[in-house]
Design a protein around this ligand. Sequence first.
Ligand SMILES: Cc1ncc(COP(=O)(O)O)c(C=O)c1O
Length: 448
Amino acid sequence: MNTPIADFVKKYAESDCLRFHMPGHKGKGALGIESLDITEISGADSLFEANGIIAESEKNAGALFGANSFYSTEGSSLSIRAALYLFMLHAAKIGKKPLVLAGRNAHKVFISASVLIDFEFEWLAPSKNSYLSCDISESELSEKLALYSDRCVAVYVTSPDYLGRIADIKRISSICKTHNAVLIVDNAHGAYLKFLSESRHPIDLGADISLDSAHKTLPVLTGGAYLHISKNTPDIFAENAKLALSLFGSTSPSYLILQSLDIANRYISNGFKERLNEFCNAVDNLKHELISKGFSLFGDEPLKITLDAKKYGYYGQELADLIAEKGVVCEFADKDAVVFMLTPENGLGSLERLKDSLFSLPKKAEITDSAPEYKQAKRALTPKYAMLCESETVDTENSEGRILCEFNVACPPAVPIAVCGEIIDRNTIERFEYYGIKKCRVVKNKPL
Ligand SMILES: Cc1ncc(COP(=O)(O)O)c(C=O)c1O
């Protein structure tokens, strides 16, 4: 597969052109990559009005993913905002009031998108065990879709989630189709799912839109992501994708990231599927070995290993710190879980080292305290309204009855423990305490 963006930039970097254009480093600098960091000079195309090398490269990505695929150099965060804006355009076109039914484990960008785009949303209940997961209940989804049959509804699902649980997108999509709802999947953690021996990518399972962070699971620089739109989705989505991305994106997209996305196409088309599946088999074997040693795991995502640390006798963060001393660094740990994100780039040898570091920890008596069960707090204000209020910071223990106006109460994994605009109740405070959150910002005076 060709790499038109990378080829163009390489040729330019090797030429002796005088750079009387941005960026200010003029192709030289301490990082050593400056010569490849260009801007929209003649021939380089323009991300949001692409009709040259960027359009060609995006077509390559689309051929690999079997979708209308568009690049983001600002992560899935940008793709999420664009997707929700496209849904709003679609609702306006069909003349129905929009509503988004979203899994409660949505990334915080979903909330900020509601502030920017002003869409109405309602939560689908999260899993009882962790606010980071959401086992979408088919009956709850069907009931809500029937209830809102006069509205234009989008169902917004995060899958895989941070703990490595994958939702049944095929089933959810068939329910959405029965009710004419648009299915948007935050697949930030699952770009690679397309290349499993049998694809588990949301677009192949019936999603209308999938947002994939290429940088999370493919060898792409941080920030590289896709907005994939199914070929079966009404034309208004793909036709307005560039407009949607440009509304929220920087006017200076990174050409380093664009080259990285471009080169990933060649990487994927050159035997990636085989390498990925061989590596997934090795990860699966490691998971079995860990289980036989007494570890318990969450989730079934092929490229994640998520330990239920307390079952092995450790708090997640404690376990993560112990193996960090041996040079093994995880993606995320909280009280309950330790998450390892793996890709074939780790190499098969790294699995032995991960295993050795974990096997060196003796199993202890299970820790039995657990996160308070999630109860949906009452919403007093929309997130947008709450964010426009004058605020003050209070101790969380004294915050009962106040309206939260803090946008992000936990990062990573950036799934809000409580959502801006909600009235803080006892259950919220218990969850704050469990996750070690001592202060929060609350509404002082409501705006007029
Ligand atoms: C589930 C989920 N969605 C969206 C995002 C945002 O992705 P990005 O960092 O590519 O903007 C993240 C980031 O961690 C995430 O975990």
